[in-house]
Design a protein around this ligand. Structure first.
Ligand SMILES: [Zn+2]
Length: 366
């Protein structure tokens, strides 16, 4: 891989360049032009930031732009900022719109990938049934494809990251919430209405804690960052002697998953128990997925993976204990590789994978 590498700055280095900077971070462009037919443009639309990047087929980022989303300004302004970011990276990469194969957008769900409509994402208040794909295509004149952020991340890790070369891969993001995407037989599995892959909402405890989805005892309600923080607050308010309360200086609102993990790292027993229990639930969820899908790989990304073995050990242990032996032996559980670039590389993977479909723009071009 990475033969004939025309751009010499490694992704990681470049990522640190861009982090925290507003505006374009431009790679030094080599004298030769990028192979234009092979270039996609990924846009990671988040509740707080928009990242756009020009990406080649090997997943190398050729140019990148970062700006705040500022959702309070309204959807028209957010879309204008997305288009601005796209234009900036095309200019930085020395290509025009007709040289970009496709644009992929990773957007907060729920979305309708087929029609390219953002339905009603909780972290983009005021957005309701926004035909984002059509609006982007009208402006950029580039075929545009939309995918929810978790599915896009799964595609990104599958194409460019930890899942490269696998056929049956499950991607899980373990963060404030829990989400994921299923790659089955080499394809993203969307289900009947595009809602497949809601790994965080597998019911594990019918009478368990309330979940953001309205249900009770979902994996997300038991194993997410939010769940870990909730258990930390519960221990402190119950008067359990724990470092968690000290680190939060008695302020329950200061208790986060990060803080519980910090206490656990310092050997605090209640904190370790909270994390061990939460990650065992994550393992239970994964063991069910292993029995259902018999994947060869489970890729776990998201903020909770910073806990490293505190996350991976219980997950692997529970899979080994609970899943069918042959399936448990066949599956590897590994950390995601794309880090903060997963959104934008996932979006680019969406664009690359959508090649077979024909958009209105392609029809017009032909
Ligand atoms: Zn739920």
């Amino acid at each position: 891989m990475h033969k004939n590498k025309p751009f010499s700055i490694p992704q990681r280095e470049e990522a640190t360049l861009a982090r925290g900077l507003e505006g374009p971070a431009i790679l030094s462009m080599a004298k030769q032009r990028p192979d234009e037919n092979k270039i996609s443009l990924g846009i990671d639309l988040g509740g707080t930031k928009i990242i756009a990047a020009l990406v080649d087929r090997q997943g190398r980022i050729l140019a990148r732009d970062y700006r705040e989303t500022m959702p309070a300004d309204g959807q028209a302004s957010v879309i204008a900022r997305m288009i601005g970011a796209a234009c900036t990276v095309m200019e930085a990469g020395g290509v025009n719109a007709s040289q970009v194969a496709a644009v992929g957008v990773a957007a907060p769900g729920p979305i309708d990938a087929e029609s390219g409509v953002v339905t009603a994402p909780p972290n983009l208040p005021g957005w309701k049934d926004v035909p984002l794909r059509r609006l982007m295509e009208e402006d950029l004149r580039v075929p545009t494809w939309l995918e929810n952020d978790a599915n896009a991340a799964a595609l990104g890790e599958h194409r460019f990251g930890a899942g490269k070369g696998t056929r049956h891969m499950i991607y899980v993001t373990a963060s404030t919430g829990i989400g994921g995407g299923l790659i089955l037989d080499g394809q993203l599995y969307r289900g009947a209405t595009g809602a497949a892959g809601e790994i965080g909402h597998i019911t594990l405890l019918p009478k368990g804690p309330h979940c953001g989805c309205g249900n009770r005892g979902c994996l997300e309600a038991l194993a997410s960052g939010r769940a870990i923080a909730r258990e930390g607050r519960e221990r402190v308010s119950r008067g359990v002697p724990t470092l968690i309360g000290d680190l939060a200086e008695g302020d329950l609102d200061q208790i986060s998953a990060k803080l519980v993990a910090q206490a656990a790292a310092q050997g605090d027993v209640p904190a370790r128990e909270i994390i061990e229990e939460a990650m065992s639930y994550l393992g239970l969820g994964m063991a069910s997925l292993v029995n259902l899908f018999n994947p060869e790989l489970i890729v776990i990304g998201g903020g909770l993976t910073k806990m490293d073995e505190l996350l991976f050990d219980p997950v692997r242990r529970v899979i080994d204990r609970r899943a069918f032996r042959s399936s448990a032996e066949a599956v590897e559980v590994v950390p995601a590789q794309l880090g903060d670039d997963v959104g934008v590389l996932g979006a680019a993977a969406v664009a690359m994978g959508a090649k077979k479909q024909v958009s209105n723009v392609q029809e017009r071009r032909e």
